[in-house]
Design a protein around this ligand. Structure first.
Ligand SMILES: Nc1ncnc2c1ncn2[C@@H]1O[C@H](COP(=O)(O)OP(=O)(O)OP(=O)(O)O)[C@@H](O)[C@H]1O
Ligand SMILES: [Mg+2]
Length: 254
């Protein structure tokens, strides 16, 4: 498999806090990989480094074999990397359709209407394409963020807690859409999510981050069986219950 994305030896410090310490990550075309771990583990910081929002103190990032560590987020976006944010970042004063248009506008001064239409349908948003994004309930707004991030056919897609605030029905649509992006477009998807059952179901591979380091990595079954992972994370995240019950306290930030 082609390694579309590599992060090698990533280190980030915030004063005395080592948010990331020697983190390695690789992501192949067509792969859906989950990134899990306790609050403060460094998941969002890793996204920030990979997408170019934060320069690491150590390590490097490669996109399709090209080092991009010092490239801007815009450069990375234009070379096929897209992300969503843990906090919602929609253009609330634009319609849903226009939010997708914005993502494609830079390339050719117009939108791929077929692509937008297909994505809106896949995300259950057809009926809302003329609604102002700022008026949508949280789960649906998250879906718009996914559609917008996918609108320009990304090669690498980073999703930071895309399912938070979603109903079970919306989560199923999210999972189906992510699967299609990976299988049909060969997109490499990295997904942060606290809903462990959702991650285990969707992702072929799961990376567990704890205290800024990779604690474990493997198939969902391997990660579930890992004693260190159980102690650091799964034990406190109610693996016994499926669905809604696994929403962590910090979801109020969305
Ligand atoms: N801008 C910042 N300034 C100082 N410390 C920060 C900053 N951003 C993150 N941190 C710290 O770095 C560590 C990693 O935070 P990060 O947000 O990456 O964790 P996370 O795994 O995404 O957590 P969560 O699951 O709560 O979203 C935490 O200790 C956090 O407090
Ligand atoms: Mg985070």
């Amino acid at each position: 498999m082609t390694q579309l994305l590599r992060a090698e030896g990533i280190g980030v410090r915030f004063g005395g806090i080592r948010a990331l310490d020697g983190v390695d990550l690789r992501l192949a075309a067509g792969e859906v990989c989950g990134l899990i771990g306790p609050n403060g583990a460094g998941k969002t910081t890793l996204f920030d480094v990979v997408s170019g929002i934060r320069r690491p103190d150590a390590g490097r990032v490669l996109l399709d074999g090209v080092e991009v560590t010092r490239r801007s987020p815009v450069w990375r976006a234009r070379h096929g990397m897209r992300r969503t944010f843990q906090r919602q970042q929609l253009f609330g004063q634009l319609t849903v359709a226009d939010n997708l248009l914005v993502a494609q506008e830079w390339r050719r001064g117009g939108a791929d209407a077929d692509r937008s239409g297909a994505l809106l349908e896949a995300c259950g948003l057809q009926a809302f394409s003329d609604a102002y994004a700022g008026t949508l309930p949280v789960g649906r707004a998250r879906m718009v963020e996914l559609a917008r991030a996918a609108a320009d056919r990304p090669r690498v897609l980073l999703l930071d807690e895309p399912a938070s605030g979603m109903t079970a029905e919306e989560r199923a649509l999210l999972a189906a859409t992510v699967r299609r992006l990976a299988e049909e477009d060969g997109c490499a998807v990295l997904l942060v999510e606290h809903n462990v059952a959702f991650v285990m179901e969707l992702c072929a591979r799961v990376v567990v981050l704890d205290l800024g380091s990779v604690l474990a990595e493997g198939t969902p079954a391997q990660v579930r069986a890992d004693v260190r992972v159980r102690e650091a994370y799964l034990g406190t995240h109610g693996e016994a219950t499926h669905g809604e019950a696994q929403t962590p306290a910090h979801d109020s930030r969305t």
